[in-house]
Design a protein around this ligand. Structure first.
Ligand code: NAD
Length: 515
């Protein structure tokens, strides 16, 4: 009998044995830095002339890995291999496909600290954030395996006389998986394994800033015995091969997680029918956020401040769920702001090689420059009350930043900054707070901190986000427990880590037999 799904526990790094094990994993990873990684198409490793260098954002001098880059000819080859492999892979029973996920989850669990150490090096995650990312990757595989087992069971339909009716969930075909860099293991693993366990074959184009962690995950799929050609690893720039893969007539679906602008572009390209294309492509897009924490007048002030700080500055605000807007009732505004500023000024920022810092760098020079530009914009739109400065120049460090007295329609209240910046906005009353909370084009996460039952009930209905939390932070969704995904410009309303997610990678077929 199947063991019940349980979330992977997080590691307690205050225990000396865990700290030691993580130090050893970091040392192992450091001994492997700078290696080369190839494309993998149909199990064949392919080196190309063109390579990209993945850099440690805590230490710009340190090369994490050197990764071959696909051109369009190799992207074409990957699609052809995925298309031919689909013919065999789709016939493997769902319950057998799920076994590959359980095996891969077990291997990742054994190599957990090593993978988290790669996340420290390649994405600049603190130990705790890296550990949570790896745990989530394990969870996705355990969860989607079980979902596939369920989906493979007989789905009986209401009986009518002399007919046997049954519904089957059959795979779609070749999927292009385009993950982001901010959960370079968890989201990439979740997107890839959901598609493959449902019986599809995959062309995986990892995020350009975090390809090494994806290459390491390919090792796990190989060790788990996933047949060659089921997942084809094709790093390359979005501009060079992204459009090509999306537009290809053999592409049946695209699973994308990333920014609003790239998501909209993919949506447009995917919608266009091309000669020889037999289907309308399906797009599953999980996009940006501009997430709010609403603080009511009757609330636990300390809880509100802690929730804002954790949601705004964990992983330097580089989570789609991060709080970048604190909408606070005027009666408690000064108290909440004062406490947030105090907590923020105590946060430490530095090279996450060491576990002594709360948070690390932002991911690359592009993010660094963009966030610093938004800080300049913030200075014209509000009052800078914490941070607003660069950290040590050895990496892409930016101090956690708080702006007070920002208007609801200010740019820093509307545009996704994706860095350690939170704007405070004063609400006259709860009506006003709800109105401000809903005045963005996004709808991903949100929190309400309140003791007022009537206001919580109201927010339950009115606060239009995919993931709404009460009296807690707005980050930290757990697979299975908090199915994740947002409304409006935050994507196509899917729920990763939820009971309906695999359906997005299947189509339902009814077979009716006259008896
Ligand atoms: P991004 O849009 O820049 O890139 C996402 C992926 O798309 C990368 O793999 C990139 O290489 C690829 N890409 C870029 N141009 C492309 C093109 N023309 N064709 C095909 N692929 C292309 O986003 P990012 O900076 O990697 O990630 C951060 C964004 O992701 C934020 O907006 C964040 O809110 C969002 N995000 C959303 C969720 C969610 O669940 N809703 C989760 C994580 C991140």
């Amino acid at each position: 009998m199947q063991v019940e799904f349980k979330n992977e526990p997080f590691t307690n790094f205050s225990l000396p044995e865990n700290k030691k094990a993580f130090e050893e994993a970091l040392a192992k990873v450091e001994s492997e830095l700078g290696r080369e990684y190839d494309l993998i198409i149909g199990g064949e490793r392919i080196k190309t002339e063109k390579k990209s260098r993945s850099i440690n954002p805590s230490n710009k001098e340190q090369v994490v890995g050197i990764v071959s880059q696909a051109d369009q000819a190799l992207a074409e080859k990957a699609i052809q291999v995925a298309a031919s492999t689909f013919e065999t892979w789709k016939k493997v029973p769902g319950t057998s496909r799920s076994r590959y996920l359980y095996k891969a989850a077990a291997i990742l669990r054994r190599r957990k600290h090593e993978f988290s150490a790669w996340l420290v090096k390649e994405a600049g995650k603190s130990w705790a954030e890296a550990d949570a990312d790896t745990a989530e990757a394990i969870d996705f595989m355990e969860y989607y395996g079980r979902q596939m087992d369920k989906l493979s069971q007989r789905h009986d339909l209401p009986r009518i006389p002399d007919e046997d009716n049954e519904l089957y969930y059959v795979p779609l075909g070749v999927g292009i998986v385009i993950p982001p860099w901010n959960f370079p293991l968890a989201i990439m693993v979740g997107m890839t394994t959901a598609a493959l366990v449902a019986g599809n074959t995959v062309v995986l184009k990892p995020a350009s800033t975090t390809p090494v962690i994806a290459a390491k995950f390919m090792e796990i799929l190989e060790d788990a015995g996933v047949p060659a050609g089921v997942v084809n690893f094709v790093p390359g720039s979005g501009g060079e091969i992204g459009d090509f893969l999306v537009e290809h007539t053999q592409t049946r679906f695209i699973s994308f997680t990333g920014s609003r602008d790239v998501g909209l572009r993919i949506n447009e390209l995917a919608a266009k029918h091309r000669p020889g294309q037999k289907w309308m492509k399906r797009l599953v897009a999980e996009m940006g956020g501009k997430d709010s924490i609403v603080v009511d007048s009757d609330c636990d002030i300390e809880l509100a401040a802690q929730a804002i700080v954790a949601s705004a500055f964990g992983f330097s605000g580089q989570k789609c769920s991060a709080c970048s807007r604190a909408i606070v009732h005027q009666d408690v505004y000064d108290q909440v702001l004062g406490r947030v500023v105090e907590l923020t000024k105590n946060l430490t920022v530095g090279d996450v090689r060491s576990n002594e810092f709360y948070t690390g760098p932002v991911v690359d020079d592009k993010a660094y420059n963009k966030i610093l530009e938004y800080i300049e914009i913030g200075k014209t739109e509000g009052k800078l009350v914490a941070g607003g400065e660069k950290g040590p120049e050895s990496g892409y460090f930016i101090l956690p930043t708080v702006f007070a007295d920002v208007a609801p329609d200010a740019r820093i209240m509307q545009e996704e900054i994706f860095g350690p910046v939170v704007a405070f906005c004063k609400a006259n009353d709860f009506d006003h707070a709800m109105e401000i909370a809903n005045n963005t084009e996004y709808g991903l996460t949100g929190s309400v901190i309140s003791r007022n039952r009537a206001n919580l009930e109201r927010a339950r209905e009115e606060f239009h986000v995919g993931n709404l939390y009460f009296n807690r932070k707005c980050t930290g969704a757990l697979v299975g427990v908090h199915p994740f995904g947002g409304f409006n410009m935050s994507g196509t309303d899917s729920k990763a880590g939820g009971p309906d997610y695999l359906l997005l990678f299947t189509q339902a077929k009814l077979v009716s037999e006259k008896l």
